[in-house]
Each structure stands twice: as structure tokens, then as C-alpha cells.
Design a protein around this ligand. Structure first.
Ligand code: NAD
Ligand code: DAU
Length: 359
């Protein structure tokens, strides 16, 4: 079986669902259920014996030791993290704790477990660390996209904590020969994306008739990949990736933020047109509001995905047009999920992040 950490979050849950849709190999899912972890994401697995959910922290060494001893996984995929840049600006401590200390404790537990495995199991074991393109810093307009050898230049507490975790993973391979793989992916979007991030926030706010807050001039560029394509890339790296290597994952799909917001508004105008009573709004685009920029805002990310394409033959299945349409449709069809995640703590976050950002 495999052990997935952070499997109740956005990408982790998509990964677990896809894994069990394609294989009968059981998954132990270790997730602390932070504000971003949501068992509803895994509701379709209710009663499925192939999914073993354990609520707990990757930094809890005793718990991780006991799970490894009990279930003897052949592979570990580490999704668990604090993942939102704006939250890391308001309060970096949780990012240091989970992304750095948590990854370190997990690696220590895994190292002890792996050392005691017998020959074949030891050889076949893999620890895959899921990381981000943000560790490489920010690109100027005409710079080439990030390759795996781009220097690390993290600019936010979030990206700095992910960079530190990447370094630890690398060091455990070089020092202890732990069979690790690291993936650095660009911005994901798709089902179960928590509405603190750009795309789901815009969909959810638009449907509620609320302002669509665009930071700064809206010309920052991100490189978007449909979440299920990220999951297929991780599966491919697990199957065929070379131990100790880093693989960048992306879909060659750079877009300025303002274009993303216009695209979302355009699809909503088509699928859920504003009624006459809501005119003179007429288009969701009229909700777009420019607000004060994110401090230290990275201007551009772009992933050069040549290595994973060339060496492992991976390619994304979705284009941005097909993926974004599926995503908007998913949010329209899952309004209960949206309502359930908009709890008191969600409202407190929105208040904290957006009140006082002058228009
Ligand atoms: P998310 O915030 O939606 O989910 C994170 C999950 O980890 C949650 O279920 C949370 O409960 C769990 N978690 C947090 N702290 C934990 C701990 N100490 N122990 C156990 N579980 C814990 O994040 P996401 O967007 O799904 O990102 C998953 C991973 O992918 C992260 O490592 C992130 O850095 C990376 N990543 C994300 C993106 C993206 O666009 N979202 C892109 C590239 C890489
Ligand atoms: O690049 C990969 C990273 O992508 C992941 O490692 C992170 O976990 C993930 O959160 C994401 O980081 P970003 O900061 O790029 O994502 P976010 O959705 O927060 O913001 C995307 C862009 O949109 C960014 O330039 C900031 C801008 N933005 C965001 C919000 C929430 C706005 O203009 N308005 C907003 O309200």
C-alpha cells in the first residue's frame, strides 16, 4: 500500500480519488485536518476499505512510526503543507512548523523505517515530496521558464519554507541514500480547490455578487495546470522517475491574473447569466475590483516541463480552456461543498485579508 500525507486537501484528495479509481492498491491517508483539510473531499470513498484515513500530524513522530510499522507502505507521497502565500504573510509560524519541522520529522521516521526494510522492499521504496515552482523565485517578462537547475530564490515565507523542505529531502538522499523524488509544480486549479486561492475565490465571490479582488495591476503571471494532470504526473514520476531526481511539472500555460478573472467571468456569464433583476451589472466582469497588492508579490512563474515530457513521456490531458470550463462547472454543481467550507473561520480569514485593502 501507499501512504499519502495531506490527502484531505485540494491536490491530495484529487490524488487519492484518482489513485483508487485506477488501482486497488490501498491508501493510508494521514492528514491533520487543518482549515484546508476537508473529509467531504473524500466522501465518495465512504465505506471503501481501500482508503484508511488517519487524522494526525506529520510532525507526530510516534504516530508516523506506528503507521509505518503497522502498514509497511512501499511508497510515501508528501502533500501535507501549509499552502497559501497570503496566510504565510499574515502568520509564518505554522508554515515553519509543518513545512519544515513536519517534513524533517517525517523524513526521520521514514529513514528509520526504510533502513530496516529487507533488500527488495528497500530497493523499491520511494519517498515523493510534492513541491512548488515558487521555490525558484520570480521571473522577469522575457526570462526563460524555470528548469530543475534554476537557483532557489524563494520570496515569501511560504516559498522559503517549501524551499527548506526541498533541501532537507535532497540532503536525506545525498547523506543517507533515502530513495527520494521531488516534484516542483506550477499553479493548480480544479475541483475541491479551497476558495482562498485565486480561481475558486473569483468563482465563489462572483456567484455571491461580491467584489472580485485583483491584487495590484493584475498583470502578474502564473502557469496553470489542471489538478488531475498534476496527479497523473506524480503517478508517472513514481512509476519511472530516477531516484534522487527533481521533476518540474507544468502545462506551458502562462496567463496574467486579470485574464484568468476575465475568463472565469466569461464562462459564468454563459453558464449562469445574471438575471434582469441584477442589471445594471449585466456581466460578472463589472465586479472586478483592483485592490492593494500582496507584499513581495512574485511577478511571474513559468515551468519548463521538458524534462518530465522527454524522460518520462508525460503530457497534460487538459488544455486551459477545457480545464477551466470543467472547474467552473464543478463549482456550479457543488454549491453545498462551497457553503460548507465557508465556515466562521473562512469568513474571519476573508475579513483579515481583504478588509483594509484599499480599492
Ligand atoms: P491544501 O492547503 O489544500 O492542503 C494541504 C493539506 O495538508 C490539508 O488537507 C491539511 O489538512 C494537510 N496538512 C496541513 N498540515 C499538516 C500536518 N502538519 N500534518 C498532516 N497534514 C497536514 O494544499 P494543496 O494546494 O492541496 O497543496 C498540496 C501540496 O502541493 C503542498 O505541499 C503544496 O506546497 C504543493 N503545491 C501546491 C500547488 C497549488 O497550486 N495548490 C502547486 C504546487 C505545489
Ligand atoms: O505556483 C504554485 C503555487 O501556487 C503553490 O505552491 C501554492 O500553494 C498555491 O497557493 C499557488 O500560489 P499563488 O500565490 O500563485 O496562488 P494564489 O491563488 O494565492 O494567487 C494566484 C495569483 O492571484 C497571485 O498572483 C495572487 C493573485 N491573487 C490572489 C488572490 C487570492 C489576486 O489577485 N487576488 C486574490 O484575491
Amino acid at each position: 500500500m501507499i501512504l499519502v500525507t495531506g490527502g484531505a486537501g485540494f491536490i491530495g484528495a484529487n490524488f487519492v480519488l484518482d489513485w483508487l479509481a485506477q488501482s486497488d492498491e490501498p491508501v493510508i491517508n494521514l492528514d491533520v485536518l487543518s482549515y484546508a483539510g476537508n473529509c467531504e473531499n473524500l466522501a465518495s470513498l465512504s465505506g471503501d476499505e481501500r482508503h484508511i484515513f488517519v487524522q494526525g500530524d506529520i510532525a507526530d513522530s510516534a504516530l508516523v512510526d506506528s503507521l509505518l510499522a503497522q502498514y509497511q507502505p512501499r511508497t510515501i507521497i508528501n502533500f501535507a503543507a501549509e499552502s497559501h502565500v497570503d496566510r504565510s504573510i499574515h502568520g509564518p509560524e505554522d508554515f515553519i512548523q509543518t513545512n519544515i519541522v513536519g517534513t524533517f520529522r517525517l523524513l526521520e521516521a521514514v529513514r528509520a523505517y526504510w533502513n530496516n526494510l529487507q533488500d527488495e522492499a528497500k530497493q523499491n521504496f520511494r519517498f515523493l515530496h510534492v513541491s512548488t515552482d515558487e521555490v525558484y523565485g520570480s521571473l522577469a517578462k522575457d526570462d526563460p521558464a524555470f528548469t530543475e537547475t534554476h537557483r532557489y530564490e524563494p520570496n515569501s515565507p511560504y516559498s522559503a519554507s517549501k524551499a527548506a523542505s526541498d533541501h532537507l529531502v535532497r540532503a536525506y538522499h545525498h547523506t543517507y541514500a533515502l530513495p527520494v523524488l521531488t516534484t516542483n509544480c506550477s499553479n493548480n486549479y480544479g475541483p475541491f480547490h479551497f476558495p482562498e486561492k485565486l480561481i475558486p475565490l473569483m468563482i465563489v465571490n462572483a456567484l455571491a455578487g461580491k467584489p472580485l479582488p485583483v491584487y495590484g495591476d493584475g498583470q502578474q503571471i502564473r502557469d496553470w495546470l489542471y489538478v488531475k494532470d498534476h496527479c497523473s504526473a506524480i503517478r508517472r514520476v513514481l512509476e519511472a522517475g530516477k531516484v534522487g531526481e527533481v521533476y518540474n511539472i507544468g502545462g506551458w500555460n502562462e496567463k496574467p491574473n486579470i485574464d484568468i478573472v476575465h475568463t472565469v467571468c466569461g464562462i459564468l456569464d454563459e453558464l449562469r447569466p445574471l438575471s434582469n433583476t441584477q442589471s445594471p451589472l449585466s456581466s460578472y466582469r463589472n465586479l472586478i475590483t483592483y485592490v492593494t497588492d500582496r507584499p513581495g508579490h512574485d511577478r511571474r512563474y513559468a515551468i519548463d516541463a521538458s524534462k518530465i515530457e522527454r524522460e518520462l513521456g508525460w503530457k497534460p490531458a487538459e488544455t486551459f480552456d477545457t480545464g477551466i470550463r470543467k472547474t467552473v462547472q464543478w463549482y456550479l454543481e457543488n454549491q453545498d461543498w462551497v457553503a460548507n467550507v465557508q465556515s466562521g473561520t473562512y469568513r474571519e480569514w476573508v475579513e483579515k485579508n481583504y478588509t483594509g485593502r484599499a480599492a
